[in-house]
Design a protein around this ligand. Structure first.
Ligand code: ZN
Length: 344
């Protein structure tokens, strides 16, 4: 099939403004008591720095709607959803979460889940989309844990499965901590495959069983980490044949992270993002990214670490766009050179 020249010209023009959809809501940052260990302001700083850097423009920003209760109940028990939404959890449940569950935190949690659902939808249109929050993978069906209230990734997977939009979702969880809540919620669900690479010696002490777990020893560095990741993805993608990947790109794998125990460098994290995104896109699978963990007393330090994901995502989006233009141009012009090569 041959496209008309105006379409090729249109694609060329649109390449000037390659868009990387970013989902953000001002409610992502809820006030915490001063000195609290959770780096709540990193979400706002990530958004601000992404705009300042030009990696995203205001036109790329999408504001999510709060998660509906019916969505939450696809992954959580109605009792737990009610306990959170009415801010009536008992003290032990709140302590387990580690954050004060008040009106603002509930609002934040609903926005973050809505954000991961929206990023998942946007990924179908754009190939890659990023939520600038999300990755609350320690939230179980009936309780929260480890700074996580609702499991946005499990909810998003279940919403898209429930709507019949997809039949198989692969969760790639590369946060340094095991995605224990996600594993519990999606256990036995043929529509979801949970894959976690984490540090064996890190929280949670008692791990759940994901569909595929790789527990790395403390101190693992770039080369060993990347070798394991690539081997696993080369097997999983063709074997499971997902129609959507939801990627938890936690940067607490960094060697300077306050809570992580692995030893990835900035370049190691960049290579990790390239591996996940390019292998999924080469298989034609859309990828919705969530930020996951990352801990430092300086919110800017951690926000810049999270930006590695967006830099790599944008580069891959641009490269795929160039390839598309080359393909259309070569189909419409008999004298033009063949397909541009795509590295990956
Ligand atoms: Zn983590």
């Amino acid at each position: 099939m041959h496209f008309s020249l105006p379409i090729a010209e249109l694609l060329k023009a649109s390449n000037l403004a390659v868009s990387l959809p970013l989902v953000y809501h001002p409610h992502y940052t809820a006030a915490l008591p001063s000195g609290h260990r959770f780096p709540m302001t990193k979400f706002r700083r990530l958004y601000e720095l992404l705009l300042q850097s030009g990696l995203v423009t205001s036109e790329d920003v999408h504001e999510p709607m709060p998660a509906k209760r019916s969505w939450l109940e696809l992954a959580h028990t109605p009792e737990y959803v009610e306990g959170v939404c009415s801010a009536s959890l008992d003290d032990a449940s709140v302590r387990r979460i580690g954050l004060p569950v008040d009106e603002k935190l509930v609002r934040r949690s609903l926005a973050a889940v809505g954000g991961t659902v929206l990023a998942s939808r946007l990924a179908f249109d754009h190939g890659i989309a990023c939520n600038s929050a999300g990755g609350s993978h320690h939230a179980f069906s009936g309780h929260g844990s480890g700074y996580c209230v609702f499991n946005d990734v499990a909810v998003a997977a279940r919403v898209l499965l429930d709507e019949g939009r997809v039949r198989r979702v692969l969760i790639v969880d590369l946060d340094v901590h095991q995605g224990d809540g996600t594993a519990e919620i999606l256990s036995g669900d043929p529509g979801a495959f949970t894959f976690s690479i984490h540090c064996a010696q890190n929280f949670p002490k008692s791990k759940q069983i994901s569909d595929r777990d790789v527990a790395l020893p403390a101190g693992t560095g770039d080369d060993d980490y990347l070798a394991v990741l690539k081997t696993e993805l080369h097997e999983l993608l063709p074997e499971y044949s997902p129609e959507l990947v939801i990627y938890n790109a936690g940067v607490d794998t960094h060697r300077n992270d306050r809570l992580g125990k692995l030893a990835l460098s900035d370049e190691g994290i960049a290579a990790r993002e390239r591996a996940v995104l390019s292998l999924c896109r080469a298989s034609g699978v859309p990828v919705a990214c969530v930020v996951g963990g990352g801990y430092d007393m300086d919110a800017d330090v951690i926000a810049r670490r999270h930006m590695i994901l967006h830099r790599e995502a944008r580069a891959i989006t641009e490269r795929n766009r160039s390839w598309e233009i080359g393909r259309v141009t070569s189909e419409t012009s008999p004298t033009s050179p063949g397909e541009p090569s795509v590295s990956g």
